[in-house]
Design a protein around this ligand. Structure first.
Ligand code: GLU
Length: 317
């Protein structure tokens, strides 16, 4: 039995391994349903019938269930890491170049950008992530290395890599991303060469991590910006509030409202089938299952997170 302190409920004595095992059983019929992202050809061959869950708590425990050691492509989840870096580099000036509203459109849509004169709605749609990548490039001599170091340190795993094959596969099929980034450039909201921005962007999306890696890597966002292991400050508390708020409102594609309703936690998903959720002051919860629903979120993963907050009462609402 693990005592969990939650500011959102009475201190619950939760048997997390039991909760995770129960959820795995309950969502089993959904595993393998949905569509694996195939617009990135290298991702099309990932088996859909995988399911893993990991919980990392602020008291240092890690709980896992299912395929938690398998590495997967974190895709858009990486946008949270680069937002950390860009906010540290530019501070609140960042918001002159990217907005903070849900887009109400698909993550790779072009139409809104024209109407809104090259200012992307938020950092988690692709156009917003391109601007964030541009900021990181402008403020570091080796952006890829800087990001890798940040992620490895946060996850406490120096073996994390960017999968070159996934990055190349996405570049070769990345016509929409090239269109978006060129469009941003035409509005002077990209400073670096479009090819350099997209090279960095495709590599950040190609970060390969396990559920356990991600659970550790997001823990500072449950801990007011403090690294749970070392006690060092990773980002300022007011930025943690902003990042978690953006995950809540914009982190799960054009389904963030439904996700808030079902799960009630700040979360970020990726088309690799991963979803990371943050329970402030308590824990991170990660789920991975590659079959996606029509909005691009992991089908079994979203159901599992919904059950997790129902069974534990751990939600921010
Ligand atoms: N690399 C993907 C793209 O640009 C990220 C999509 C996602 O995970 O949301 O399309």
């Amino acid at each position: 039995m693990t005592p969990i302190r939650s500011q959102y409920g009475s201190s619950a004595d939760l048997d997390i391994p039991k909760v995770l095992a129960r959820i795995h059983e309950e969502v089993r019929p959904l595993i393998g349903q949905g569509k694996v992202a195939s617009y990135i050809p290298r991702l099309a061959c990932v088996p859909a019938n995988r399911f893993g869950m990991a919980v990392a708590t602020l008291d240092g425990a890690l709980y896992t269930e299912g395929d938690t050691d398998e590495l997967f492509s974190i895709q858009s989840i990486s946008k949270v890491f680069t937002l950390n870096l860009a906010l540290e580099a530019l501070g609140s000036d960042l918001w002159k170049r990217v907005g903070r509203e849900p887009s109400g459109n698909a993550f790779n849509s072009l139409v809104q950008l024209e109407r809104e004169r090259g200012i992307p709605r938020n950092p988690f749609i692709n156009a917003g992530a391109h601007v964030i990548a541009d900021v990181v490039l402008s403020h570091t001599s080796n952006a890829r290395q800087k990001l890798l170091e940040f992620v490895r340190d946060r996850a406490d795993n120096q073996a994390i890599i960017m999968d070159e094959e996934v990055a190349i596969s996405e570049r070769d099929a990345g016509f929409r991303n090239f269109a978006l980034a060129n469009f941003l450039r035409s509005f002077n909201n990209i400073e670096n060469k479009v090819d350099d921005v997209l090279d960095f962007y495709f590599h950040q999306c190609a970060l390969q991590m396990s559920c356990a890696d991600l659970a550790h890597a997001f823990l500072h966002l449950a801990n007011g910006g403090i690294c749970q292991r070392s006690g060092e400050s990773v980002i300022k508390p007011d930025r943690v509030k902003r990042i978690n708020a953006l995950m809540m409102t914009c982190g799960t594609y054009d389904a963030a409202g439904e996700f808030a309703f079902r799960v009630g936690l700040p979360a970020k998903s990726g088309v690799g089938g991963g979803i990371v959720a943050v329970v402030p002051s308590v824990m991170t919860v990660v789920v991975w299952s590659p079959g996606l629903d029509e909005k691009g979120n992991s089908l079994a993963g979203a159901a599992a997170l919904g059950r997790f907050t129902e069974l534990t009462g751990l939600s921010i609402f």
